[in-house]
Design a protein around this ligand. Structure first.
Ligand code: CMC
Length: 438
């Protein structure tokens, strides 16, 4: 079978079966930006064929109005605003409102939204006891998978996904409580008391306070760290239909409750190919250890027989500089400057970046540094242990997951997601009794 394109203004795509000569006209749909898509929903009905795209390299799984990425040009936009503009001018709370509601808030809307989030930051007191079931040395993401999933056992009054008000409350609860749970997770793993949220602090200030505040001492807000944290949150807020977001959507398509769906997103984010990469970058820099070892690691990354990859490089969608990486690089310098940290890892990272960007292997494959390359260095400088990095990603991405989930539930044509497959197992065969098996 071969595909034959028809002219763009006909808005159809002709697919011809070379064996039978049969053709089908498939509708071509166009979004606001980005390449057109061929609508294959009727393909099986019309031809008896499925499409095959196991890693979804050419498949659009949904319509969405939230985020647009042009990977060739290195563009990322939320609801039409570029990430650079948002990072420069807005706050994480504003971006959260934008993603959730479609437009930037006016002052009154913003004040109300910030208040709604602030007044949902406390978690049910019984959740404190839930933590005690975990080993102190558990990976923070393991704890997060458990406690976020458990939220649906605590907030029964917002589980009806068909009630818009309950959807709104659970969205606010998730955005507000995940930082509290993340901070509690950190405190639990270091053996310090949980810090209750403070309503007089803004979102990033409160989060840093819950992580680094201690009951016997007054907490001093550091504006440079708050600003860097806010930027990190903005830059990770949403990223179109990546693995964890698609996981949330797929889980949500079965009409599962939002807390359970977000827990599934956290599980998917954990892997080193996705959110776990920021932890892997730091571990890799420690493993490289010294500038003189960089060529050896570059060679290993290029060797197909070696599973080693340069963590923090490459992206499924970006075939150009990750626009988030540029913003973070600047924030990274500010934090290190303010804290007076002269982290040799940063120097190592810069040298690695320089060498990789000149190397033919990386140039030909368009492997540029991604957001995780810099976020780990900033988070480390702020005092977060490496194992918390992916948790911080989850705190930010909750906004995207919740917004995408809400968009999907509000879509009238919602149906359960159900991919098909290319079966390659044995064809039908008779059952052989055990005493007759070889
Ligand atoms: N180091 C060495 N080679 C690489 C790397 C890397 N980091 N990334 C891709 N390649 C090579 C890969 O071997 C392949 O080469 P060839 O064509 O010769 O077989 C080519 O580049 C294309 O790579 P791919 O594996 O087909 O690309 P993918 O879209 O399946 O994977 C990725 C994307 C992000 C998983 C991958 O680039 C990677 O593993 N990077 C390191 C992990 C990382 O930094 N992940 C964070 C991504 S950004 C945050 C997020 O979205 O969560």
């Amino acid at each position: 079978m071969s595909a034959e394109s028809v002219s763009e203004n006909q808005k159809t795509f002709t697919l011809t079966n070379n064996n039978t000569g049969d053709s089908v006209e498939l509708p071509v749909l166009e979004g606001t930006c980005g390449p057109p898509v061929i609508d294959v929903r009727k393909l099986y009905e019309q031809t008896g064929h499925f499409t095959f795209d196991p890693s979804f390299t050419a498949t659009g799984s949904c319509k969405s109005r939230l985020t647009f990425i042009d990977g060739e040009k290195g563009i990322l936009m939320h609801r039409g605003y570029t990430i650079e503009e948002l990072a420069e001018n807005s706050s994480f709370m504003e971006v959260a409102y934008l993603l959730l509601n479609g437009d930037l808030p006016n002052q009154a809307e913003f004040t109300k939204f910030e208040r709604d989030i602030t007044y949902h930051t406390m978690v049910h007191e019984q959740i404190n006891y839930f933590y005690r079931g975990f080993r102190r040395d558990a990976h923070p993401m393991a704890i997060m998978c458990g406690v976020v999933g458990a939220l649906s056992a605590f907030y029964h009054d917002s589980l009806d996904i068909w009630d818009p008000r309950q959807r709104e409350i659970s969205a606010h609860r998730l955005i507000a409580k995940i930082p509290t749970l993340a901070a509690m997770t950190y405190k639990y793993t270091v053996g310090q008391p949980f810090m209750y949220p403070r309503n007089d602090l803004n979102f990033p200030e409160n989060f840093l306070y819950m992580c680094f505040g201690l009951p016997p001492e007054p907490y001093q807000v550091n504006p440079v760290l708050t600003n860097a944290m806010d930027k990190i949150l903005i830059l990770h807020a949403d990223h179109e239909q990546n693995a964890s977001t698609s996981t949330v959507r797929l889980a949500g398509s079965s009409q599962a409750n939002p807390f359970a769906c977000i827990a599934s997103g956290i599980a998917s984010l954990w892997g080193p190919s996705h959110g776990g990469a920021n932890q892997a970058v730091l571990e890799m820099l420690d493993e490289i250890g010294d500038k003189k070892n960089i060529p050896e690691f570059i060679e290993r990354a290029k060797n197909k027989d070696d599973p080693f990859r340069l963590m923090g490089f490459g992206h499924r969608v970006y075939k150009n500089f990750d626009p988030r990486a540029g913003v973070l690089k600047k924030a990274c310098d500010e934090v290190l400057d303010d804290l007076g940290i002269n982290d040799p890892r940063l120097e190592l990272a810069m040298e690695l970046e320089r060498i990789a960007l000149e190397d033919d292997y990386f140039v030909e494959r368009k492997l540029f540094p991604n957001v995780d390359f810099y976020s780990g260095i900033i988070l480390k400088a702020m005092g977060f242990p490496v194992s918390m990095f992916t948790v911080l990603f989850a705190v930010a991405r909750t906004v995207g997951w919740v917004s995408q989930w809400k968009e999907m539930i509000e879509e009238p044509s919602l149906r359960i997601g159900r991919p098909r497959q290319l079966y390659t197992g044995p064809a039908q065969r008779p059952y052989v009794p055990m005493d007759k098996r070889k």
